[in-house]
Design a protein around this ligand. Structure first.
Ligand code: LLP
Length: 437
């Protein structure tokens, strides 16, 4: 579900015609729909309402301060993975917002910062980290609340680069040894082991892995309690998938159905860390065609967004729907669910379309947003919408080729406002200029 729709062959974001945004803010431009964002947060809150969950929006999906502020205003806490993300949450969130801190490489300085700034829980990923947190906490004269993150050793369930619960990945404590680790810190003066954490991977399109994870989690919580730990939290992480190519994602209620029984059984408070599910479908990346060209039997659309703006296609081979903002007569509008939802290629057999590569200006053959994608004929100046770009789009953007990062704009009904200005050349060189001899 999202609030991007075609009206009279023009793409609208909520009630704003998208060309108006290109005109005002330029391209490439990330365009967010506030209603879409809040709809998805609400969907998670409603599906899990019975458990009164602590929802900690995952800042790594999109850390824009205005979006984080919105999340906080609507009852969300934050999941962070670095001091920088922690500081974003502090800056944007309401006082007292719950912040959980995951990540395999927290430094002592980050641990200290978190403890001094009211971290709700550390999600602990190794024995050394556990001891480091204990030591820093003791130095500060406090007790750190920690959840032990388990790698539940489940079968593969998503892209190999983002599957975090198969054997051998760097995340979490081994399920075989986590009980011994928990035992080793019973009574530790700097540590309160109050939870169990797992994050299975991202994106996950089925509920089954959560059922399997919960099953293992319930047994672990029982074991930790038997050791004397006062376990109050079950943190099931994030990972809920979204519709990229078609109507393929599960509603939040499908995940709730398999997670809530574990919450009931353990009596724990549930924590969730959704990122993509909330913000993923809430944005398009808007770009403008610079040139088209045919070479070596291939047709290229060269537009002004590139791998530095959205790296997911290059990095993971991810599919993002791309469609003209003004589809010509005879061209269908928005081919997201194109007839058969089980068709692996929902773009097949589109009238008046031919296969094209959508590429950017960056100097790499790997710089593309789509390959062999049926698209209608395009001309210089046409606007393109790259859909489902809200999660891991801007947060993974870079300045490669000294390209300034895109601006971001937030749409609410008929209004829109800038939530990140376009970078300038001065921004690009700011950290180097003073060092110039
Ligand atoms: N919690 C933890 C501990 C995580 O590592 C992640 C994501 C999340 C929550 C949020 O997951 P989500 O609900 O957004 O699926 N760059 C990749 C995704 C990397 C995900 C990393 N961890 C992509 O573009 O697909």
């Amino acid at each position: 579900m999202d609030h991007f729709e075609y009206r009279d062959r023009t793409l609208f974001c909520e009630d704003v015609p998208v060309p108006e945004l290109a005109e005002k803010y330029g391209t490439p431009l990330y365009v967010y729909s506030q209603a879409t964002l809040l709809h998805h947060l609400k969907e998670v809150q409603t599906a899990f309402a019975e458990a009164k969950p602590v929802i900690c929006y995952s800042v790594k999906a999109n850390g824009n301060l205005s979006l984080c502020r919105l999340m906080g205003q609507h009852g969300s806490g934050f999941d962070v993975t670095s001091q920088g993300e922690f500081q974003r949450a502090l800056k944007a969130g309401p006082a007292g917002a719950k912040i959980v801190f995951a990540g395999v490489g927290k430094t002592d300085a980050e641990i200290e910062f978190a403890l001094k700034n009211g971290v709700f829980l550390f999600d602990v990923e190794s024995e050394q980290e556990l001891l480091a947190i204990g030591a820093v906490a003791q130095k500060l004269g406090v007790k750190a609340n920690v959840a032990l993150r388990v790698n539940p050793d489940l079968p593969p369930k998503t892209h190999v680069k983002t599957d975090t619960s198969v054997k051998g990945v760097k995340f979490g404590l081994d399920i075989e040894t986590i009980i011994d680790v928990a035992k080793s810190v019973v009574g530790h003066p700097g540590l309160a082991v109050v939870g169990l954490h797992m994050h299975l991977g991202s994106p996950i399109l089925k509920a089954e892995p959560y059922r399997q994870g919960c099953e293992k989690g319930v047994a672990l919580i029982r074991a930790f309690r038997a050791q004397g730990h006062n376990i109050q939290y079950l943190n099931m992480g994030g990972g809920f998938g979204i519709n990229y190519r078609k109507d393929e994602a599960k509603p939040a209620s499908a995940f709730a159905e398999v997670i809530l029984p574990a919450v009931r059984e353990t009596g724990c408070q549930l924590i969730l860390e959704p990122g993509r599910f909330i913000v993923g479908n809430a944005a398009i990346l808007l770009s403008r065609v610079v040139f088209t060209k045919s070479t070596g039997g291939k047709h290229y659309v060269i537009q002004d967004a590139a791998m530095n703006d959205l790296i997911r296609p290059t990095l993971y081979g991810s599919l993002h729907r791309i469609w003209p903002v003004h589809p010509a007569a005879g061209v269908p509008v928005r081919p997201d669910v194109n007839g058969d939802p089980d068709d692996p290629n929902p773009f097949r057999a589109m009238p008046n379309c031919f296969n094209q590569d959508v590429v950017g200006p960056v100097c790499e053959s790997g710089d593309y947003l789509a390959k062999d994608r049926p698209l209608p004929a395009l001309t210089r100046g046409d606007l393109l919408a790259v859909f489902s770009a809200g999660a891991y789009g801007m947060t993974m953007a870079s300045n490669y080729n000294s390209r300034v990062r895109a601006a971001e704009v937030l749409v609410t009904g008929r209004t829109h406002r800038l939530i990140r200005r376009r970078e300038t050349f001065a921004d690009l060189v700011a950290c180097e200029e003073d060092c110039l001899t």
